[in-house]
Structure formats: structure tokens, C-alpha cells
Design a protein around this ligand. Structure first.
Ligand code: HEC
Length: 113
């Protein structure tokens, strides 16, 4: 009986291990904030300064580390999920999944001036 339950525990552990693998390398290794940084870099970095320093490539685009001056970051996740309305003709519309929106806001909180 003891032996049996041990092997059940072992196979459960193996199953959990493969579930983790299936969710992909990104989901395992990154903190939400790190994931948010990658999302912003990929989608917004060609116009906005994403990091704690540096100028925006597009001169009219605000650096993300200053967004807290004009936005309530608590509401910002909701805005990202509903689809960010472009404030400028150069800026495309974006819509994020809930987890991605939260990751983006976690990162934004980390970098605010
Ligand atoms: C093609 C260039 C471009 C891309 C890509 C871009 N933006 Fe922008 N964004 C701008 C510009 C230019 C402004 C300034 C708008 C203005 O001042 O009227 C802006 C303004 C903003 C603002 C302030 C809007 C407001 O109402 O004041 C936010 C927030 C923002 N962008 C977020 C993002 C996010 C998040 C992404 C990526 C998902 C992104 N932007 C991608 C060009 C871009």
C-alpha cells in the first residue's frame, strides 16, 4: 500500500512537470514585470521609450516611465484590455489579454519616476 501511493505521487509529479513544460519557457521563467517589459518592447518600443532612461524614438510619444503623471495606473490595465485608443494618428490601436495587461502595468509601476 505504501509503495503504491509513492508511485502515484511520483507519476503526479511527472504529470505536473510536463504541464509546466507545455506552458512554454516564457510563462515559467519571467516575472509579470519582466513579461510586461518584453510586451512593451515588442509592441511599443519603436515609438516609446520603454526603459528607465532614454528618449522615445518617436519624439511625440511619451516615455513610459512618465505615464504615471497623466494616468491612474490602476485604471490603465482596464484601458489596455478594452483596447488603447490611439491619442495620435501615428499610434496604432492595441488590445491586450487580461494577463498581458496586468503584466504591462506591473512593469510600468516598476519604472515610474
Ligand atoms: C507608431 C508609433 C507608436 C506606437 C507603436 C505606440 N505609440 Fe503610444 N503614442 C505614440 C505617439 C506619437 C503618442 C503621443 C500622442 C499625442 O501626444 O497626441 C503616443 C501616446 C501614447 C499614450 C498617451 C496617450 C494619451 O492619451 O495621452 C499612451 C498611454 C501610449 N501611447 C501607449 C502606448 C502603448 C501601450 C503602446 C504599445 C502597445 C504604444 N503606445 C505604441 C506613438 C506610438
Amino acid at each position: 500500500m505504501r509503495r503504491l501511493s509513492k508511485s502515484i505521487v511520483a507519476s503526479a509529479a511527472v504529470l505536473m512537470g510536463s504541464a509546466l513544460l507545455l506552458s512554454g519557457p516564457d510563462a515559467r521563467a519571467q516575472s509579470p514585470s519582466e513579461r510586461g517589459r518584453v510586451l512593451l518592447n515588442d509592441n511599443c518600443g519603436r515609438c516609446h521609450a520603454v526603459g528607465k532612461t532614454g528618449k522615445s524614438p518617436h519624439e511625440a510619444a511619451p516615455a513610459f516611465r512618465t505615464l504615471g503623471h497623466s494616468f491612474d495606473l490602476d485604471e490603465f490595465a482596464g484601458r489596455l484590455e478594452r483596447g488603447l485608443m490611439p491619442g495620435h494618428p501615428d499610434m496604432p490601436a492595441f488590445k491586450f489579454e487580461r494577463d498581458d495587461a496586468r503584466a504591462v502595468v506591473a512593469y510600468l509601476r516598476d519604472i515610474q519616476e
